[in-house]
Design a binder for this molecule. Structure first.
Ligand SMILES: Cc1ncc(COP(=O)(O)O)c(C=O)c1O
Length: 345
């Protein structure tokens, strides 16, 4: 007897290759994480946390106000979430019903499909263009079908490509009924944000995270931005203690290390990424322009990712012979290039 809901029964479990990697001794260029040590202030804040506090339910003080200041939105337009995955889930649970159409330009991040399927939504996939660009004209056309929600993953995982703010606003202007959800998990790298538009468009939702540039992936903390009315509704759905206390302490401390954050993001975007792009160009490897800390490229031969792993570097193979490599510090990308050269010469 299978008691699960019909739409759950039809699903497959999302099983990212996570289990062995924490112990992996080489370079982890497979999950778009931060690849530099955490700032000392963040480590100290975590170390100074009194474990006796574990007995007490978490409370978040003025963290929302502090994040809102960082994100430059009003505090009543923001709520904290258990990773941006929970933000995504809250949007669906609060606003999407069984049978609603959800437009997901694809390929994109696996969790979008999971939460849409759990909700029993009808997924419409419009395909990213062969050069990695967002299928803007097709999305504009599909908006005529009045989907309940459109996802704009910006930059998109796995392609890394960005949709301009002008085009996001064009989409927002076209419809006031369809919810427009912009995932900005990689904002610190792209510096492109639709946050200013929250005041103007009631149907806009944005999620962000402390998992990537801030380096707190294991602690699970992110945030969700929208107009106050939407946030008030989603607060009814989120549990009052869904974010753990250490994550709160670490996020709070992280916001006091913004110069270090900028320094890391600048190294990734202004040194390591151009270095890696130049390297791939020289090797004649096709790749997409990226606004994030990863690059989507055509593998030089089948089984390339596995061979790289055998040589101490994890990357993430994708469909159709493509792979995604996380960009870290310059020295790490030099190592990537060295091993790449070794196995392709
Ligand atoms: C586009 C995108 N959104 C959201 C997430 C999930 O982030 P979090 O760790 O905040 O749940 C990821 C993680 O890979 C991602 O690539």
């Amino acid at each position: 007897m299978n008691f699960a809901l019909e739409q759950i029964r039809r699903m497959r479990t999302y099983n990212p290759p996570i289990e062995q990697r924490a112990k992996f001794e080489g370079l982890r260029l497979d999950f778009n994480e931060r690849l530099a040590p955490l700032p000392a202030k963040v480590i100290d804040a975590i170390r100074n946390f009194d474990p006796q506090r574990f007995m007490v339910y978490p409370s978040y003080g003025d963290l929302v106000v502090k994040i809102a200041k960082y994100a430059q939105v009003d505090a009543d337009s923001l709520m904290i979430t258990n990773g941006s995955d929970q933000g995504m889930e809250l949007i669906f649970r609060t606003f999407v019903s069984t049978g609603d159409k959800v437009l997901i330009p694809s390929p994109s991040f696996a969790m979008f499909y999971q939460v849409a399927q759990v909700q029993g939504a009808e997924i419409i996939k419009s395909k990213y263009k062969s050069d990695g660009n967002f299928p803007f004209d097709e999305v504009m056309e599909l908006l005529k079908q009045k989907p309940k929600l459109v996802i704009i993953c910006n930059p998109n995982n796995p392609t890394g490509t960005l949709l301009s703010l002008e085009k996001i606003e064009t989409i927002l202007k076209t419809t006031s009924e369809t919810l427009i959800y912009v995932d900005e998990a990689y904002f610190e790298f792209s510096r492109v944000t639709a946050a200013d538009l929250i005041k103007k468009y009631q149907n806009l939702f944005i999620t962000r995270t402390f998992s990537k540039a801030f380096g707190l992936a294991a602690l699970r903390i992110g945030y969700l931005m929208s107009c106050r009315a939407n946030i008030d509704e989603m607060l009814k759905v989120r549990g009052p203690y869904d974010i753990n206390q250490i994550a709160k302490v670490a996020a709070d401390a992280s916001l006091k290390t913004l110069p270090e954050l900028k320094q890391y993001c600048d190294e990734v975007m202004k040194e390591s990424k151009p270095f890696t792009e130049e390297f791939l160009r020289e090797k004649g490897v096709e790749f997409f322009p990226s606004g994030a800390n990863f690059i989507y490229f055509n593998e030089p031969f089948a089984g390339f990712s596995a061979e790289l792993e055998g040589n101490g570097i994890l990357i993430r193979p994708q469909a159709d012979g493509y792979a995604r490599v996380t960009i870290g510090k310059l020295s790490q990308m030099q190592r990537f290039a060295e091993i790449f050269n070794q196995i392709t010469s």
